[in-house]
Design a protein around this ligand. Structure first.
Ligand code: AMP
Ligand code: GLY
Length: 437
């Protein structure tokens, strides 16, 4: 079987690492891939992550990739990032008869249009924060006078994880509304805002692979969005993750499947836009049970780095069942252990960051079967591996329990260095506290 993976980050490195373990797979290509992925697959010089502000260029590159996939006889395409799904990559591939793991543009609206997702949830009674949607800043500001703070203001479109502002004061909420609607801080992604109730509790991420009807639930995870220890500092794309998330007990997972995932999938079918691929439910858990913070239409990054190593079932079998239907007949097994991923980031990240710094010590991790260094932002310069992104590496370890996995991950991090590197030292702190460590 010939597999194509789309993307270049740590999530895609984890996908390729997992797909490469499938006995069904003969060859893997990745567009565009990374130096870490190059050891496992062939990297193609076609990028489909072009900013959505250039839709014609992106459509052209998607068509080029489709033509390449047809010519090569690709059996399965797995899409990592959300922007090309929202731009219709899966639609273009399916229309050409190619099998693709990932939702259509219409189904990807669960992530790419928060107003759509919130209205859908309200309509069918899925537990989530109460909300209102506004295109007019005057009306939004008047509404804020009624709600007060804390309150959450979100740009409705894709904003690379930066579009949600948790405002602890009325002034901060008003500023967020003005920045999004009047100053267009997120461009077209901010044509509307969703203003929603501030929820308290513990966050967790639930990943359900689906063929549109049946679901296979993978292990739960938690990521660490804040830059510094103790969840302090600015938000990032994710400074680390671990799985499973003990806050999501088997009973709460069942509850989330019944009250959230299945009703949403049924409604997407009813709308004529079934969701196929992986539905990532960002949840807030408190005594009232799990409520939806947001949906994503793809794996999390860095959550994929901890969820996929704990999947005992062949991921390719799962992806094929999602594409072709018949997921209901599959027994999905998750491994019993735990995994932790520590992100090593460039100096300055998440602000302006340095690049081009030589990375040392990765060779020392060879021969550790329970450790993988997933590359998030690296490049080869004159044969040398250097930093090339804000998040550089996701050093991941899996072991019998979370304490052992965390220990192994940090022991590995200590072997690796580059100028300016920083990382959180408290990955999995909530699970470790429950574990009594
Ligand atoms: P989002 O982009 O929607 O995932 O939001 C980013 C982060 O903002 C989430 O991971 C939460 O930490 C926080 N957040 C978003 N919505 C809410 C909410 N309604 N109540 C509390 N925190 C929220
Ligand atoms: N780690 C958060 C995300 O992938 O959206």
């Amino acid at each position: 079987m010939k597999v194509l993976v789309i993307g270049k980050g740590g999530r895609e490195h984890a996908l390729v690492w997992k797909i490469a373990r499938s006995p069904r797979v003969e060859r893997i290509w990745v567009a565009p891939g990374s130096p870490g992925i190059a050891g496992l697959a062939e990297c193609l010089d076609i990028r489909v992550d072009t900013s959505l502000s250039q839709p014609e260029k992106l459509a052209h590159e998607i068509a080029r990739l489709r033509d390449w996939a047809l010519a090569e006889g690709i059996d399965l395409t797995v899409v990592g990032p959300e922007d090309c799904l929202a731009a219709g990559l899966a639609d273009v591939f399916r229309a050409a008869g190619l099998r693709v793991f990932g939702p259509s543009a219409a189904a990807a609206r669960l992530e790419s249009d928060k107003a759509f997702a919130k209205d859908l949830m309200a309509r069918i009674g899925v537990p989530t924060a109460a909300h209102r949607t506004f295109a007019d800043s005057g009306a939004a500001l008047a509404y804020l006078q009624q709600t007060g703070a804390p309150i959450v203001v979100k740009a409705t479109g894709l904003a690379a994880g930066k579009g949600a502002i948790v405002a602890h004061t009325l002034a901060a909420a008003e500023q967020a509304v003005r920045q999004i609607l009047d100053e267009k801080a997120f461009g077209a992604a901010g044509a509307q805002v969703v203003i929603e109730e501030f929820m308290t509790g513990e966050e967790a991420s639930l990943f359900c692979v689906t063929d549109g009807e049946c679901i296979a639930t993978l292990v739960t995870a938690q990521d660490h969005k804040a830059a510094y220890d103790g969840d302090q500092g600015p938000n990032t794309g994710g400074m680390g993750a671990y799985a499973p998330a003990p806050v999501m007990t088997p009973e709460l997972i069942r509850q989330a499947e019944e009250t959230i995932v299945k009703p949403v999938l049924r409604e997407m079918q009813r709308l004529g836009t079934p969701f196929q691929g992986v539905l990532y439910c960002g949840l807030m858990v408190n005594a009232a049970g799990p409520r939806v913070v947001e949906f994503n239409c793809r794996f999390g990054d860095p959550e994929a780095q901890v969820v996929l190593p704990l999947l005992a079932t062949d991921f390719v079998d799962l992806a094929l069942a999602a594409c072709d239907g018949g997921l209901g007949q599959m027994a999905v097994r998750n491994a019993s252990g735990a995994a932790a991923c520590v992100v090593m980031a460039s100096g300055g990240y998440p602000g302006t960051y340095e690049t081009g710094k030589p990375i040392r010590g990765l060779d020392a991790l060879n021969g550790r079967p329970q450790v993988v260094a997933f590359h998030a932002g690296t490049a080869r310069r004159d044969g040398e591996l250097v930093t090339a992104g804000g998040r550089v590496l996701g050093i991941t370890a899996f072991d019998a329990d979370i304490k052992a996995a965390v220990w192994q991950a940090y022991d590995a991090v200590m072997q690796v260095s580059f100028d300016g590197a920083h990382f959180r030292r408290d990955i999995a702190h909530r699970a470790l506290a429950r574990h009594g460590a």
